[in-house]
Design a protein around this ligand. Sequence first.
Ligand SMILES: *[C@@H]1O[C@H](CO)[C@@H](O)[C@H](O)[C@H]1NC(C)=O
Ligand SMILES: *[C@@H]1O[C@H](CO)[C@@H](O)[C@H](O)[C@H]1NC(C)=O
Ligand SMILES: *[C@@H]1O[C@H](CO)[C@@H](O)[C@H](O)[C@H]1NC(C)=O
Ligand SMILES: *[C@@H]1O[C@H](CO)[C@@H](O)[C@H](O)[C@H]1NC(C)=O
Ligand SMILES: *[C@@H]1O[C@H](CO)[C@@H](O)[C@H](O)[C@H]1NC(C)=O
Ligand SMILES: *[C@@H]1O[C@H](CO)[C@@H](O)[C@H](O)[C@H]1NC(C)=O
Ligand SMILES: *[C@@H]1O[C@H](CO)[C@@H](O)[C@H](O)[C@H]1NC(C)=O
Ligand SMILES: *[C@@H]1O[C@H](CO)[C@@H](O)[C@H](O)[C@H]1NC(C)=O
Length: 582
Amino acid sequence: MWGTTLLLTLHAISSLAQLTLPTPPFLPPNISSGAQSSTGGYPNPKWSSLLGTLLYFYDEQRSGTLPSTNRVPWRNDSLILEGRDVGIDLTGGYYDAGDFSKDTFPLSFVLMSLCWGATDYGKGYDLANQTTYLDDTLRWGLDWLIKAHPNETTLVVMVASSDEENTYWGGDRSIPSPRPVYTITNNLPGTDAAAGASAAFAACSGLYAGKGFNNNSYTPPAQLRNDSYAATLLTHAEQLYSFAVNSTNGRKTYQTSVPQVAAAYSSSGYGDELTMAALLLAWTTGSSTLYKDAEDFYTKYELAKSNRVFNWDSKTPGIAVLFAQVNQASSSLGGNFTVWRDRAENYFDDIINKKGPGYLTEDGLLFFDGDSDDASLNPALNTAMLLERFVPMASNAEKKVAYQDFAKQQVDYILGKNSMSVPYIVGVNPNSPKNPHSAMASGGDDVGTIDTDPAVEAYILYGAVVGGPDKRGRYFDIRSDWPQTEVALDYNAPMLTLAAMRVIGDTKDPYFTSLQAGAYDKVKPKGKPCDSVFKEGCEGPHLGKKATIALAIVITIVGLVIVGLSIWYILLLVRSRSGKVG
Ligand SMILES: *[C@@H]1O[C@H](CO)[C@@H](O)[C@H](O)[C@H]1NC(C)=O
Ligand SMILES: *[C@@H]1O[C@H](CO)[C@@H](O)[C@H](O)[C@H]1NC(C)=O
Ligand SMILES: *[C@@H]1O[C@H](CO)[C@@H](O)[C@H](O)[C@H]1NC(C)=O
Ligand SMILES: *[C@@H]1O[C@H](CO)[C@@H](O)[C@H](O)[C@H]1NC(C)=O
Ligand SMILES: *[C@@H]1O[C@H](CO)[C@@H](O)[C@H](O)[C@H]1NC(C)=O
Ligand SMILES: *[C@@H]1O[C@H](CO)[C@@H](O)[C@H](O)[C@H]1NC(C)=O
Ligand SMILES: *[C@@H]1O[C@H](CO)[C@@H](O)[C@H](O)[C@H]1NC(C)=O
Ligand SMILES: *[C@@H]1O[C@H](CO)[C@@H](O)[C@H](O)[C@H]1NC(C)=O
C-alpha cells in the first residue's frame, strides 16, 4: 500500500518534469490503412502519422522501469537494477538495436541528429501533434546519458548485451544481468565518445533553450522550451568537451582504451566528433573561441579528406552543412558562410554528378561501397536528410531543384518505390518487412532457430526502419539476416527529420499508400542473400536486371553469328567437295 503510494508519487513527479502526453495516446495506425490514400488536408495526415510511428519505435526500444504512460503493450520493465553492481545507476535508456546492448557512441549521434532535426523542423512536430512525444523520446535518452556521465572525467561507453561469447536472444524479462559496464576515464580516454556525447548535449541544449538558426521558417517547437533543462544539458556538454580535448592521457579513439567496444562500434577517428562538439557548443553559447576551435580541428584532422558518408562514426558531410547553417545565422562567430556552402556543395555535386563517393544502383538506391554493404538504407537516408536541409542555402536555383529531386527520389525509394515494392519501415503498409531482426519483437528464445521459432514474429515492431536491400535491390526478409533486417536507433534518426520536413512541406501522401497487399510476394527473391550472414546467394552471376538482359542479347547475337558462320562454312565445304567430286 505504502509502496504503491510512493510509486504513484514518483510517477507524478517524473511526469511533471516533462510535457504532458495526450490522452488517448497517439498509436501507430493499423497496417491496412497504410495502403489507403488520405483525404488530404494540411498537414498531410499520412505524413503526420508516419512521424508519430517513427517516434513510437523509440518507445519500443526502452530499457528500465517503464512509465505509466508506456504505449507499447508487449513491453515490460527490464534491467531495473542496471549498474548497481558498479555503483552507477544505469537503468533506463535505450536498447541500441536488435539485441539488448546500450551503446553510448551511436546513441549520442542519434540524440544529436534528432535535436538538430527538431531545431530546424520543430514546426513539423508541432503540426503533427508529436512534440510531447519528441520531448519524451529525447529525455529518455538524455536522462540516461546524464547518468552515464557521473562525474567530469567518467563516461560509460557500453553496457554489453551479455558476455562476449554468449549473446542472449529472447524476451525482455530474462535478460542475463548484471552485465559488463565499460567506461572511459582520464587514464583510459575516448576522445570520440566524449566529444560525441558533448555534441549531443550541446545540440539538445540549444533545442531546449529554443535557439533556432534565426530563420522564421526554421524553428524549434516553442512548447519544448525549458531553460533549466537546457542549462543542465549545457553543463554536461562543456564538461565532456574539456574531457575530450584535455584528457591527461592524451587523445585516443575509445576502442584503444576499451577494446571490448570494437566489435560493435569501432570509431575511425575523433577529429570529426571534436569539430562537431566545438561547433555545436559555439552555436549554443555564441562563443567565437569555440568556433575557432571547430575550424582548427577541421583543418588539423584533415576532415575534408574523409568526406564519405554521414553516420554514427563519420560526421564530416554533416559538419560542412552545419558550419554553413551556423554562419548563415550568425556573422559574429567569425566564420565565412560562402566557404562552407561551397564545401557542402562540392560534396553534394560529386554525388549528384556521379563523381563519387556514392553511386546509384540500378534499383535507384544511393550506394557507398563498404559503408552500404550492411544496412544499405542508412547512408542514403542520411544523405537525403542533409541534401533537403541544405536546399534553402544552395547557391542557385538549379542546384536547389537538383538536390531536392535527388533527395525525394531516395525517400520514395525507402518508402516503397523500389523493385521489391517494400516500404522499409515495419508496420506501415501490408508490404512492410515482417521479420525484423529484433530479439524482443521476435518472441523466440533460441538463436539457433531464430528464423523458424516462432514462425510468425510475435510482435509488430511498428515504425522500425530496417537495414535494407542488397546492392541488387533484393530484400529477403529473413530474421537472422541482420545486414538486411536489423533495426537500430540510428536507422530511424534521419527518417524522422525527413518526415518532419514533409509534414511541413508536402501535401501529397508518402509513396507507400499506393502499394497494395501482395505486391512484395509477387517479386520476393528466391534463394538466399549474399552478405555477412549468408554466403549461399553469392554463387552465380551478380548482374543487375538490365545487365542480364544486355548480356543475354550479346550471347544471342554471338550465338547467331557463330551458327550463321558455321552453316556458311559447311555449305562452302559441301560445295567445294561436291566441286571436287564433280
Ligand atoms: C524543465 O525541466 C526540468 C528538468 O527535467 C523539470 O524539473 C521542470 O519541471 C521542467 N519545467 C517545466 C516548466 O516543464
Ligand atoms: C484500419 O484502418 C482503416 C482506416 O482507418 C479502417 O477503415 C479499418 O477498419 C481498420 N482496420 C482494422 C482491422 O482495424
Ligand atoms: C492535432 O491536434 C489538434 C487539436 O486537438 C487537432 O485539431 C488536429 O487535427 C491534430 N492534428 C493531427 C495531425 O493529428
Ligand atoms: C567518477 O565516477 C566513477 C564511477 O562512479 C568513480 O569510480 C570515480 O571515483 C569518480 N571520480 C571522481 C573524481 O569522483
Ligand atoms: C512481456 O511480458 C509478457 C507477459 O509475461 C510476455 O508475454 C511478453 O512476451 C513480454 N515481452 C517481451 C518483449 O518479452
Ligand atoms: C584545456 O587546457 C588548457 C590548459 O590548461 C586550458 O587553457 C583550456 O581552456 C582547456 N580546454 C578546455 C576545452 O577545457
Ligand atoms: C568569404 O569567402 C569567399 C570565398 O569563398 C570570399 O570571396 C569572401 O571575400 C569571403 N568573405 C569574407 C567576409 O571574408
Ligand atoms: C529562411 O528559410 C527560407 C525557407 O526555406 C529560405 O527561403 C530563406 O532563404 C532562409 N533565410 C535565411 C536568412 O536563411
